[in-house]
Write a protein that binds this ligand. Structure first.
Ligand code: UDP
Ligand code: MG
Length: 311
């Protein structure tokens, strides 16, 4: 096959995995007729990752490195890797070997059947109970809020063609939810079941708080439901409170001679203020995002390119 394959790989403090990743990719692809390059986007690593990659580039010109000038988050790092890749096919995978390079040839065979994007779907994830539970809840919330019908359980590994990659690069939003963008691009999509492994070494960079932030960003990028909820809850509250006033007035005038005490008053006020603040917060979040999008900042800031020609 005379097509070029780009592995687009975001890396952040992966010194324990990176060499093993490169060597597994080599042993998988070197005997195949496939041309390939590995485009690493370093997301501001503070360990030895960058030095290790540069060392490899010294004797393997197929490896390329774009260094972001600080930690931007994986979504921006992936975008940087795609930006500097040249391949006809692009495979997005993490270097922690949860997605085994052994699966690459199956992805290529699948996309050659005539698709633009093939999502990897996990057959089994050898992950802890909390991780599994969290990712279930994460995707469920995203389903409800964004209405996106993403294949599940989604793996990181996926392949897409040049046409798809170019469309992806047309999306300029800085608050980005990659899967949402992929679904919005659409085109001919398929899934491929793969067997995932455990992280080769090192720790997950996504703790609970970071994952929550990811979910919030995804919702803010892809859903207007929270804003619409504000209106709906507001209307329901106004109607029910008017009904309550009416009922209480009728009761007081014609039936019962009761005295309304302050506790009910306080509770009502509290509830009202709470709802108000809650939805002000929701609206504030969107306004904040609109503000940051309106600045049209570059999606990432690069510090140094190694083995990459700038066009
Ligand atoms: N990553 C990144 N920037 C970050 C955090 C993570 O580029 O700020 C990379 C990291 O090197 C890894 C991938 O994103 O290759 C996924 O991270 P990780 O494996 O820690 O997450 P998990 O697989 O546990 O969700
Ligand atoms: Mg991982």
């Amino acid at each position: 096959m005379d097509k070029l394959l780009s592995l687009v790989v975001p890396v952040f403090n992966e010194e324990e995995c990176i060499l093993e990743f490169i060597s597994q990719v080599r042993s998988e692809l070197d005997d195949s007729p496939l041309h390939y390059e590995i485009v690493f986007a370093d997301d501001g690593s503070t360990d030895n990752t960058v030095e290790l990659i540069r060392g490899e580039i010294g004797n393997d010109s197929r490896i390329r490195l774009v260094e972001l000038s600080y930690n931007h988050g994986k979504q921006a790092a992936l975008t940087a890797a795609v930006t500097y890749s040249n391949g006809d096919y692009l495979i997005y995978m993490d270097p922690d070997l949860q997605d085994p390079p052994k699966e690459i040839s199956r992805f290529i065979a699948k996309i050659e059947e005539g698709y633009d994007l093939v999502f990897g779907v996990r057959e089994s994830k050898e992950a802890g109970f909390v991780d599994v539970l969290f990712s279930k809840v994460f995707w469920l919330i995203l389903d409800v809020f964004t209405g996106l019908k993403l294949p599940r359980p989604l793996a990181v590994m996926r392949i897409f063609n040049r046409d798809f990659a170019n469309r992806f690069l047309d999306y300029k939003e800085s608050n980005r939810f990659i899967e949402g963008i992929f679904m919005h691009i659409g085109m001919r999509q398929a899934t491929l079941v793969i067997r995932q492994k455990q992280r080769f070494a090192g720790k997950s960079k996504y703790n609970f708080a970071r994952k929550l932030r990811l979910a919030k960003d995804a919702i803010l990028d892809y859903s207007e439901l929270p804003l619409k909820l504000a209106t709906r809850v507001g209307i329901i509250l106004v109607i029910t409170s008017l009904l309550a006033v009416l009922t209480l007035t009728i009761l007081r005038l014609f039936f019962i001679d009761f005295q309304l005490g302050w506790p009910s008053l306080i509770c009502t006020l509290w509830f009202g203020f709470g709802i108000n603040l809650l939805f002000l917060g929701v609206i504030g979040s969107y306004v904040g995002k609109i503000y940051s999008e309106s600045k049209h900042r570059p999606l990432f800031s690069t510090q140094r390119l190694t083995n990459i020609k700038q066009s």
